[in-house]
Design a protein around this ligand. Structure first.
Ligand code: HDE
Length: 704
């Protein structure tokens, strides 16, 4: 009693010399100088006792009068808002977009007018199918949604890490999403497309075949958000001050190159660290290694559109970069994590229809449908038409309108006039000059439910994607299809998918059919149009040809035991720092390992907590005696066996041989197993690491 009375007195005494601190939601907390802030109710009333509810007698009933208890529980009961119908699991960060050169020739959008100008931005990356608490490394498309707070309002470029989509018309979206989500009767599988409903829908939807090639490729299991491309997908328009339109496709190119993981690795990462992608973004931004992407645009006119092989309004098609070179126009840098996940990342509301003057839509039927859906979904999720009052969604430029009232209205316009025109000389008026004007495209035609004839080719670009991949990437696509279809229980669905693959690539179809143990090859699916065989491979579609060549931004896992060579470790750490790469020490105990010179190095992970799937490459540096301990640890055997099977570079001391032998690894398999016995061995090892994987090992992996 005496104690709480004292703290209350203190709050009253210092009420005049408070420092005010603004929380992430914008509210003011009272912080008495040099003192812990006082806990209050949401009404600001100071709380004396937050440990026990108000009762009649020590063992008596709780009373309704306890307003602090009731407010606290009431608020807790209402903490959840509906998760996003799709893209529920996501992670966001703040940053900025920096414009390279004025783009006035193509667009009047203000953010593109001045060289070197920085505009604040917020990005949310996501998976599509899983719920909010699902794991990060699902085989799935990744959302890449960018909100740029321009001086002319927010521009949301709500893209994905894959430049095409499953369907051609928004009216199919609910079917597509229902099919991929957990099945409605059993409520599983979670965050996985490997089930009957998904493949049933796909096998009956030939327009999805190009997208299927992408989601069965390694693009769908990225190593990090930092190493993915982003795409606006649809054709948009840029409109200049003379009201001239140029078609545009938007691309985000990661500065550190593209990188994905192996499927077997992804499955294990999900167990070892379900937050693998979140943690990666958090760690890199917190350590000052700010992720960066270049914005590139493919610009084209009506003439190009009319002569291109496919319809530029069809979101299941790309324009290969070799045909139309993307032009760099700026860069996006992420340099700050949100103060609060819920306030910012969960409540951020992206909307495709948020475009500034100078950016406009095309008639892509998917984009047109999205422009309805995103506004609608915000009302459901955020519960009020005033969701733009939430700081993360509010424009950062001046804004003025006559919208008023509604739930949670934070900022009603002041003054008498709440309409216009008015005679009071108050309030904003529209500006024909500065305001958004839609491009006056001329449209005509009968009213009907159309699917354009020009959208009918479903296989040619699927084939082009497949033949553009390197052999290991092609193997991964076949393996992914085999894996997914092996989870499909209905034989006819498996056969139907193979019948589509026959229209894409015969070898792919026969590899999958063999993998599935199909008794006989089905006939090719009926195709609205024959598959074109004359499209050239597009090397830009391969991840491996866009690799980083450097180890920058990557992580080495260093497995140590007592008695390790500290000089070697120091040389390794120095070289990694020079490469701007990071490392973690893995040791039998979290207390660390003692070097032969007596130095104690703390561990970041124990062997079970830091399996090699969490690292881009590994170094195994046990001492002569320490290796004996590793031989008894199943986790240590998995550490090296997985690193080997996942084609990673493995640096090692000669003392590690015994471990390799027990794990069934033959050291002379390839050049990716590199001796690290002396500090001078470090430089060549680090140089090799830039290649990231020895994919040629994949065919040879044989764990004895
Ligand atoms: Fe979305 N999508 N989508 N989508 N989408 C949503 O909006 C929708 C599509 C994408 O991090 C929803 O706020 C329709 C393509 C991202 O908050 C919803 C169609 C692309 C995000 C919605 C599509 C995307 C969403 C759910 C078919 C890549 C997450 C919650 C016409 C270009 C944004 C929400 C974030 C989210 C509708 C197809 C990207 C329901 C109707 C194609 C990155 O409004």
């Amino acid at each position: 009693m005496a104690k709480s009375a004292k703290s209350k007195d203190a709050s009253m005494a210092t009420i005049h010399d408070q420092k005010m601190r603004r929380g992430s939601g914008g509210e003011l907390h009272q912080v008495a100088a040099g003192e812990t802030p006082i806990l209050t109710t949401a009404q600001g009333g100071p709380v004396a006792d937050d440990q026990s509810s108000l009762k009649i007698g020590e063992r008596g009933p709780t009373v309704l009068e306890d307003f602090h208890f009731r407010e606290k529980i009431f608020h807790f009961d209402h903490e959840r808002i509906p998760e996003r119908v799709v893209h529920a699991r996501g992670y966001g960060a703040h940053g900025y977009f920096e414009n390279y050169e004025p783009l006035a020739q193509y667009t009047r959008a203000d953010l593109f007018q001045r060289r070197g100008e920085k505009t604040p931005a917020f990005v949310r990356f996501s998976t599509v199918a899983g719920s909010k608490g699902s794991f990060d490394l699902a085989r799935d498309v990744r959302g890449f949604a960018v909100k740029i707070y321009t001086r002319e309002g927010n521009w949301d470029l709500v893209g994905n890490n894959i430049p095409v989509f499953f369907i051609q018309d928004a009216i199919k979206f609910p079917d597509m999403v229902h099919a991929v989500k957990e099945e409605p009767d059993s409520a599983f599988p979670q965050a996985q497309s490997a089930h009957d409903n998904f493949w049933d829908f796909i096998s009956l939807t030939p327009e999805s075949m190009h997208m299927i090639m992408w989601v069965m490729s390694d693009r769908a299991i990225p190593r990090s958000f930092r190493f993915m491309e982003g795409f606006g997908v649809h054709t948009f328009r840029m409109i200049n001050a003379r009201n001239e339109s140029t078609f545009v496709k938007f691309h985000w190119k990661p500065k550190l190159g593209l990188q994905s993981v192996a499927w077997n690795e992804a499955v294990k990462i999900n167990g070892a660290d379900p937050d693998f992608h979140r943690r990666d973004l958090w760690d890199s931004i917190q350590s000052g290694a700010f992720p960066e992407w270049e914005l590139q645009v493919q610009l084209f006119d009506q003439d190009f559109a009319d002569n291109f092989d496919f319809d530029v309004l069809d979101p299941t098609k790309i324009i290969p970069e070799e045909i139309l070179r993307p032009i760099p126009v700026g860069r996006l840098v992420l340099d700050r994590m949100p103060d609060n996940f819920f306030a910012e990342t969960e409540q951020v509301a992206f909307m495709t229809q948020n475009v500034p003057p100078g950016i406009d839509f095309s008639n892509d039927p998917l984009l047109q449908g999205r422009n309805f859906s995103y506004l609608d979904t915000q009302l459901k999720r955020l519960g009020s038409p005033n969701f733009t009052h939430i700081p993360i969604n509010a424009p950062k430029c001046p804004f003025a309108h006559f919208q008023q009232d509604g739930h949670m209205a934070m900022r009603n316009p002041a003054g008498r006039a709440n309409y216009q025109p008015n005679s009071w000389g108050e309030g904003p008026r529209e500006s024909p000059d500065k305001g958004f004007r839609s491009f006056p495209a001329v449209e005509s035609g009968p009213k009907a439910r159309f699917r354009a004839e020009s959208f009918a080719d479903h296989y040619s670009q699927a084939r082009q994607f497949f033949i553009s991949q390197t052999p290991p990437e092609q193997t991964h696509i076949a393996a992914a299809l085999t894996f997914e279809l092996s989870k499909v229980k209905t034989l006819v669905i498996r056969e139907r998918v193979v019948s589509h693959l026959l229209n894409i690539d015969e070898t792919l179809a026969s590899d999958v059919a063999t993998g599935l143990g199909l008794k006989k090859m089905p006939s090719p699916a009926d195709a609205a149009m024959p598959t074109r065989q004359d499209l050239d491979p597009s090397p830009a579609l391969s991840i491996l040809t866009k690799g980083p060549k450097r180890f920058e931004g990557r992580k080495l896992g260093i497995l140590l035991t007592d008695g390790f060579d500290n000089k070697l470790l120091k040389a390794l750490q120095k070289a990694l720092a020079a490469e701007k790469a990071v490392f973690e020490i893995i040791a039998p105990t979290i207390g660390g390992a003692k070097a032969s010179d007596g130095t104690l190095i703390e561990a970041h992970q124990t062997i079970d907590g830091g399996p090699s799937v969490l690292y881009d490459a590994v170094a195994v540096l046990p001492s002569e005696t320490g290796v004996g301990q590793l031989l008894r640890e199943p986790g240590a055997l998995d550490f090296v066996a997985d690193a080997f099977a996942h084609c990673k570079y493995i640096g090692h001391t000669a003392t590690a041989f015994a471990l390799f032998e027990k794990a069934g690894i033959s050291q002379d398999t390839d050049d990716g197993i590199i001796g690290l016995n002396h500090p001078k061995d470090v430089a060549p090892f680090i140089k090799e690491l830039g290649k990231l994987r020895v994919w040629s090992r994949e065919a040879k992996v044989e764990l004895k």
